[in-house]
Structure formats: C-alpha cells, structure tokens
Design a protein around this ligand. Sequence first.
Ligand code: CP
Ligand code: NVA
Length: 338
Amino acid sequence: MNDLYQRDCLRLLDFNSKELKKIIFLAQKLKQNKKNHQEIPLLKRKNIALIFEKESTRTRCSFEVAAFDQGANVTYLGPGSTHLGKKESIQDTAKVLGRLYDGIQYRGHCHKTIETLAKYSQVPVWNGLTEKFHPTQLLADLLTIKEIFPNKKFHEIKCAYVGDTRNNMGNSLLEAASLTGLDLRLVSPKECWPDKKLFRLCQEKYKNKKGKITCTENILTGVKNVDFIYTDVWVSMGEPEEIWEKRIELLSAYQVNASMLNLTNNNKVKVLHCLPALHDQKTIIGQSILKKYGFENGMEITDDIFQKHEQIIFEQAENRLHTIKAILVSSLLKTIDF
Ligand code: CP
Ligand code: NVA
C-alpha cells in the first residue's frame, strides 16, 4: 500500500523527509509523462472540491488542470459561494463535503479552518494557502531547485529568503529546509522574523543535516555566496491596505535588486518568486501602490531583475501543476508505483 494514501497536506511537516522526496520524485515522473504525451489518467471518477476564500491564479488552475489531466472532476467553491462558517459550521460542511468528494482543497484566511476540515471530513485535505503555510508552493519550489541542481544534495544548496520572512512562505520555507537540509537564511528586520516556536521546531528537526537555518538582519551576511535569492510580496492577501506604509519602511532595504545580487558574490545566482510579483506598474495594485510610495521600478523585486530571471520564475509557476498532481495522485490512490 502507498503510505501517502489518504494523507492530508496542511503543512510540509505533515510529511517526513523520505515522503517529501517521494512526492518530488513522483512530480518529476508526472511532468515527464505529460511532456512526452504519455500521461495515464489514474484518478477517473474521483471528485475534488476546491474551496477558495482568497483569489488565486496558479493554485486554482494547477488543481483544476492536474485533476482534468488525471481524469478527475472538480467543483470550484469561490468566495461567498458556500455556507462554510456563516450559516453552517465548518465541522458540518466538512462532514457533508467528505461524503460527496474524494478530497478537498482549501485556500483561506484561517489555518484553523483547514485543520477543522481535515479533522471532520475523513478525506484528504490539501492546503492551497492559509495565512500560516503554503506547502504546495514549496513542493514546486523544491522541484525547481532540484531541476537546476540535479546532482547536488539540498544541504549543498544555499538559499536566502528575503522580505517578510514570517509570512506563509517564510514558514513553509523553514519547514522545507528542516526536511530537506536546504541551507536557508531568512533575511529581514527582526520584526519580520518567524514565530520563535516554529523556528525552534524546524531547527530541532534540522539537527542531523549538514547545512543550517539562520535568521539575520544583515543583508550581506544573509546573501553572501547563495545559489538562490527568493522573495515574495511584502503585504500578503488578507492583510489590511494600511499596513503598506509600515511594511515599506521596514523592508525597502531588502528589495531584490542588482545591488543585492552583487552582494552574493555569485554571478550565477538564481532568483525565485512564488508570484504574483509587484515588479512593474502593469497592474491596478502596482499602479496605485508603486506610484503612491515612489517605487518606479518594482517593489519587492525590481523589474530588470525579474525580467532577467523570469525563465526560472515561470518554471516555478508551471511546477505548481506537476507537484499538485503528485499530491492528488499520492493521496487518492491506494497503490502507486513510485
Ligand atoms: N503562488 C500562488 O499561490 O499563486 P496564486 O495566488 O495565483 O495561486
Ligand atoms: N505571501 C503571499 C503568497 C502568495 C502566493 C500571500 O499570502 O499573499
């Protein structure tokens, strides 16, 4: 029996290192099969519910295309389209959906909600982003890193995550590093460092690995000799608009730009971004926020750096599909040939 069968994915620490490796390996195989037009639909007659309380492009489309490729059906439940938590308790909705569907994806405001869905639905529940974690993004990132350095062990790869390091991406990167041994530096002002309890837990789990996890305010120490610089938006979905001013004050020195890349001392340094990115003024938010605060050339990442590294950034986005497919297949099939 496949030991990932019926398993939830609420956060990366739901898996151990070996299981995480298996998922990445399966994603690699599924990607290859799709590219070679050899994909076998293994999820025929499976039904999947997709609950989205927040907006999404990559995550929603990846779940849908992964399901369609594998022969499964999906129901999209967008903001305000169910009774969840409003007219019906999360427990009751979980029990109903669990009787109708084989698995449930949740993207929303509150990590507690997804824990309740998982507790009461009796089917696998997958986290498509909460304020705390974004595990399926990290699966794509790990696959992307592995594709760039196929012969390196994770502890031989150095990554600096720069910006709001206590957000769902910072937390998930920490968990990813603790499981894989990725040498991770969280680079931001102290105020933006992750929750101490989570940091300690990840360090504990990291103990036996050869790299390390560190937090630093110092940009030079943080990015020196790294293979990757990873960043994300400074204000996440669900945070109030008024927070921009304070966040910009805190993080403007941590913008990913040409000077920061020079500090890495590595002319082959790669840049990662989970997207969406505020790198130009071609969006409504880009126009209002960038103009308002006088950022001509991007916010968390400058447009020139984004353009230069977009090949990898968009590969990361594509890899959402292959890794989410691996999560669906591994949790919905009793037996599977890894
Ligand atoms: N990276 C990510 O989760 O993108 P979406 O918000 O478009 O799903
Ligand atoms: N930290 C971001 C990630 C988006 C994929 C957010 O939660 O909005």
